[in-house]
Write a protein that binds this ligand. Structure first.
Ligand code: F6R
Length: 608
């Protein structure tokens, strides 16, 4: 993961490096650092932990210089210590890196044999020493970088500055995103365009294998090379229109809570972009034909986006009668998948940058399959790569654990399945269901009207070590999502099972100390789910049921019921998602964990 930034300017850069890093902290927050060239030396400031620690350090020890690089780290190689914090540097060169140098150990062994002394445990440091050695042989920064890149395997984005060339900043991209920002008297590098947005919205997205050499001496010019052919290459320059204001918590105690409460609005925005409210017909305008007899939907995603995709399988099969397969992106790309010529690939991603999902997208594209990306971040790698895309209109999601982006994905996927059903004429109730979908924002608002029961439950759950979730149908993936949310932000161990699957093994986990959270809407499977709940209650587990059946009760020593709005099989998953999000949030709140930036996580997963 990690976020990187670089600025080449006539003005001081340190403050803006920090400002840019504050918009990249979603990529990792284990440590942060910046380096500039000042008075003919490479000067660094680095701190363990969040960016605030680096800001405090800079308050005490400011940094001059008008060329610099910065980094916010999600640790891969080497623990999150000061010593392993980027930038890594010798006397001649400093580097920040996002990604993994897969052959670093071999390169390190060679360097060690040649007497190089390493100061960190990182893979990045080999890059620094390789460039340094080339510079010592009198090679130019361009050649030193070119020769070094040829030795590296893996995925990376790099930003590099040179003590003896304070008018040069070099960026390189292979596998990890990197954007060049262009101004008349300044040039920038960033892991995304948002990081650069307050300074410039004129950007150029670097492509695989691109290296950009930026120079101040020639009046802030840049040349892009491709590292295989090393030939200058033109890349399109885009003029973006990104919001530049800081996103605030708006009076909420955490971004996550704000984002949970934003869902009625974000769902409404997303649904109204897909459904004509007056005619209750689909407004989806995609040049994809879903009517073919032999088509198959292939949904590919990771994490919460994978759970949204699992939910969508029920909709595509039930309403559109299309065979639908769902794969984890990290597995799909390495399992030699059979790709059919009638397959329609849908890649679901909040960030649009997840490495595994992006790689799967490239694989499907290379095989000539139809590719559609459902993404929340406009101008992300996936929107630029897929044949077609639909945006989930959730707006910036700052809390690391996905909430409003997840429900927006559900909304798009459900509308898309109904759009496919309309094309295939498999049901004659499409407009009824689209109408039902339009009621979802109101129902979610009802769930959030009074959160006191979630708060009470959160206090109870904050004292537990393990939690089990169950659900059936579309609520099985919601149970998985509920368990993931709880794990992510409260660090409580949680597992989710299809309700009917419990007795095939997991019921052995049931004991008096392990609460069961059952998603039990009053639907066609209600009685079956009730029996599963009873089987657990009989074995002494505390029971928490989320239901819209006011009469439902279970005979057991500890019983909690949260009564939710009346649901239909189509809209239940939205209602129950809001409930499990609140349970996770209040449990974490009572445990006192870092809700918005939980340990070990990052918002955008750009390593395999
Ligand atoms: C969980 C969460 C992650 C992401 C996963 C995929 O709260 O946010 O599980 O869903 O890392 O990320 P995207 O959707 O950006 O591809």
């Amino acid at each position: 993961m990690c976020g990187i930034i670089g600025i080449l300017s006539n003005n001081l850069v340190a403050e803006r490096l920090i400002d840019g890093l504050s918009r990249l902290e979603y990529r990792g927050y284990d440590s942060a650092g910046i380096a500039t060239i000042w008075e003919n030396t490479i000067a660094k400031r680095r701190s363990e932990g969040k960016l605030q620690a680096l800001k405090d350090l800079l308050g005490q020890k400011p940094l001059q210089g008008n060329v610099g690089i910065g980094h916010t780290r999600w640790a891969t190689h080497g623990s999150p210590t000061h010593q392993n914090a980027h930038p890594h540097a010798t006397d001649r060169v400093a580097v920040v890196h996002n990604g993994i140098i897969e052959n670093y150990q071999l390169l390190k062994n060679d360097l060690l044999k040649n007497g190089v002394i390493f100061k960190s445990e990182t893979d990045t440091e080999v890059v620094v020493h390789l460039i340094d050695q080339a510079l010592q042989l009198g090679k130019s920064p361009e050649v030193a970088v070119q020769e070094t890149l040829a030795k590296l395997h893996g995925a990376f984005a790099l930003a590099i500055i040179f003590k003896d060339h304070p008018d040069v900043l070099i960026g390189a991209r292979r596998g990890s995103p990197l954007v060049l920002g262009i101004c008349e008297n300044e040039l920038f590098l960033g892991s995304d365009a948002w990081a650069l947005a307050p300074w410039t919205q004129k950007v150029c997205y670097l492509e695989e294998g691109d290296v950009v050499i930026m120079k101040r001496s020639d009046g802030f010019t840049y040349t892009i090379f491709n590292d295989e052919a090393w030939a200058p290459i033109n890349r399109p320059v885009k003029h973006l229109n990104l919001a530049t204001g800081a996103v605030s918590k708006g009076g909420y105690s955490h971004f996550m809570l704000k984002e949970i409460f934003e869902q009625p609005q974000t769902l409404s925005d997303t649904l109204l972009s897909l459904i004509d409210a007056e005619t209750q017909t689909s407004r989806i305008n995609l040049p994809i034909d879903f009517s073919g007899e032999h088509i198959r939907i292939r949904l590919i995603a990771c994490g919460s986006s994978y759970y949204a995709s699992l939910t969508a399988k029920y909709w595509f099969e039930k309403y559109a009668r299309i065979l639908c397969e769902v794969d984890l992106a990290s597995e799909f790309r390495y399992c030699d998948p059979v790709l059919g010529k009638h397959d329609i690939f849908i890649f679901v991603s909040q960030s649009g940058e997840t490495t595994d999902t992006l790689a799967a997208l490239n694989l499907a594209k290379a095989k000539g399959c139809v590719t559609l990306a459902l993404v929340n971040v406009p101008e992300s790698s996936m929107t630029r790569t897929a044949d077609h895309h639909i945006l989930t209109l959730a707006g910036p999601e700052i809390g690391v654990a996905s909430t409003k982006a997840f429900t927006a994905q559900l909304a798009v996927l459900c509308a898309l399945a109904l759009h496919a059903a309309a094309q295939r004429k498999t049901i004659d109730t499409v407009s009824v269901h689209l109408g039902e979908l339009l009621h979802v924002p109101k129902l979610v608002a009802q769930v959030l009207q009074d959160v006191s029961l979630f708060d009470e439950l959160g206090l109870r759950l904050s004292q537990t070590r393990d939690v089990l979730f169950i659900g059936r149908g579309t609520n099985y993936p919601i149970a998985l999502e509920g368990a993931l949310k709880l794990k992510e932000i409260s660090y409580i161990h949680a597992e989710a099972y299809a309700a009917g699957e419990l007795k095939h093994g997991p019921i052995a986990l049931v004991d008096k100390l392990t609460p069961l959270i059952a998603i039990a809407p009053n639907d066609a499977w209600f009685e079956k789910t009730s029996s599963n709940i009873q089987e657990v209650a009989t074995r002494g587990a505390p029971i928490i049921i989320l239901t819209d059946n006011p009469a439902f009760t279970v005979n057991c020593p500890e019983f909690h019921k949260i009564l939710l709005p009346k649901s239909t099989p189509l809209n239940a998953c939205f209602i129950y998602t809001a409930a499990v999000q609140c349970i996770a949030y209040y449990t974490a709140l009572h445990k006192g964990t870092d809700v918005d930036q939980p340990r070990n996580l990052a918002k955008s997963v750009t390593v395999e």
